[in-house]
Design a protein around this ligand. Structure first.
Ligand SMILES: *Cc1c(COP(=O)(O)O)cnc(C)c1O
Length: 435
């Protein structure tokens, strides 16, 4: 069994004492709390629960820490004291993602009836145009610390591109796995960086199962799978979204955040990041609500949320939001817990609503989102209409990817207003003159 093997592989890990991952002190089990030395392991040896990074968080006053952060680089490494990376991380070859724009979206707010403030955290501005660069950048540093030379992953598309780029820059070999039927934009982006790209005949859950087998087999020995055996470190990259949002709001917590869900890792780690900021005194403690967003064609978490269940029943994905098409989300139960604990919700929208929302965001704010951004904007609209999201408060909606990667989603319903001969008469006939 894959989990068992991964735990046994811990024996071949470098000395815990020789691993420098900055403030990361250990791995701890999210279920039973047992602690383990830092290493490329992801499951608890006692209860098989998922492992996460535990820290010695920095001492000093909140003001000192804020100053230190402000003096850092304009990327995720400004938060190095809160991440599992060595202190000199900014000097290493890395794609250096983050510090993407937080766009105040007044036009969209007006359209949605939001009277408070609405912000789009636009992660299409990362090096490979999705939020995945954040998680991969951290996984690369963990891979370096553990002595891996090949990087791998199972991907719904964006992760493959992020790993390819990060490996190229950081000097690793890469071999990544994707479902064979992804959008052309994702396939090209995954391949262009020169690593190996393997299409698997099946959906993401088949790809993931294959990678779990590979990790326990000599064929995959010595490989760092960013979202499998390096998953505890990988996940921490998503905390930087929480840090940036709060810093960009002037070190304040938003009232409501709408986050897309694939495996659910990002959503759970944004919550972890917000909790850390409160604990460190970097933001004033107040309630916030976390909302999860899925596509109807792959909505195992929202289905469980609406049914009041604690377990997430796997689904077979069928949606244009392929980056979110994980039918068996590893962090599903934790997402349910966070949505309920914070007073949020999990909602879904269908493919037509996703396309409408992509166009709505583009036409109101000049931001062209990939399908995952259509999911969050569409769900935001739905939550307001249902009275679940308070339009009078400060709301942040995540756009996690670039529309250029999923042109296929909007191409059938988007195109020239008219095609005419190059003559003024023809233009007059088209009826487009005037202001
Ligand atoms: C991977 C991905 C997500 C969310 O991933 P999680 O597995 O839930 O962490 C969201 N948006 C895009 C565009 C992605 O590629």
């Amino acid at each position: 069994m894959a989990v068992q093997t991964a735990v046994q592989n811990a024996d071949s890990v470098p000395d815990a004492g020789s691993v420098d991952l900055g403030p990361a002190a250990a791995l701890s089990c999210r279920e039973c709390g047992e602690r383990f030395d830092l290493g490329p392991i992801f499951a608890c040896a006692s209860c098989f629960g998922p492992l996460e990074v535990a820290y010695d968080l920095p001492s000093g006053t909140p003001e000192e820490l804020k100053k230190r952060i402000a003096e850092g680089p304009d990327n995720i490494w400004r938060y190095a004291p809160l991440l599992p990376v060595p202190a000199d991380v900014a000097t290493k070859p890395n794609i250096n993602p983050g510090f993407t724009k937080l766009v105040k979206a007044d036009n969209l707010a007006r359209e949605l009836g939001i009277t408070g403030s609405l912000h789009i955290k636009d992660d299409s501005g990362n090096p490979t145009h999705s939020f995945k660069d954040r998680v991969v950048a951290i996984a690369v540093e963990a891979a370096r610390a553990f002595g891996f030379t090949t990087l791998s992953c199972s991907s719904t598309g964006n992760l493959a591109g992020a790993v390819g780029a990060a490996a190229a820059r950081a000097g690793f070999r890469s071999c990544v796995f994707i479902p064979h039927d992804l959008e052309q934009g994702k396939v090209v982006m995954a391949a262009v960086y020169g690593g190996e790209l393997v299409g698997i005949e099946g959906n993401y859950d088949d790809v993931n199962r294959f990678c779990s087998e590979l990790i326990g087999d000599p064929l995959g020995e010595g490989w760092g799978f960013v979202n499998v055996n390096l998953r505890p470190y990988y996940g921490e990259g998503s905390k930087t979204l929480a840090y940036e949002i709060c810093e960009q709001l002037g070190w304040r917590l938003p009232d409501q955040i709408v986050i897309p869900i694939a495996s659910g890792s990002q959503l759970t780690k944004i919550d972890k990041g917000l909790q850390e900021l409160i604990k460190l005194g970097l933001v004033e403690d107040k309630p916030y609500k976390i909302f999860g967003a899925q596509a109807e064609g792959c909505s195992p978490v929202s289905t469980a949320f609406k049914a009041g269940l604690d377990v997430v029943r796997p689904q077979k994905p069928d949606t244009i939001a392929k980056s979110l098409a994980i039918g068996n989300p590893a962090d599903g139960p934790y997402v349910l817990d966070i949505a309920r604990r914070t007073g949020g919700a999990v909602e879904d929208v269908d493919d037509e609503q996703i396309v409408d929302a992509i166009k709505l965001l583009a036409r109101t704010e000049g931001i062209f989102a990939e399908t995952a951004g259509g999911v969050t904007v569409g769900v935001t609209k739905k939550l307001i209409e249902a009275g679940l999201l308070d339009p009078a408060l400060t709301t942040v909606v995540l756009n996690t990817g670039d529309g250029l990667k999923t042109l296929d989603a909007v191409a059938p319903t988007t195109g020239p207003t008219a095609t005419i001969r190059p003559s003024l008469d023809a233009f007059r006939d088209a009826g487009l003159a005037g202001s």
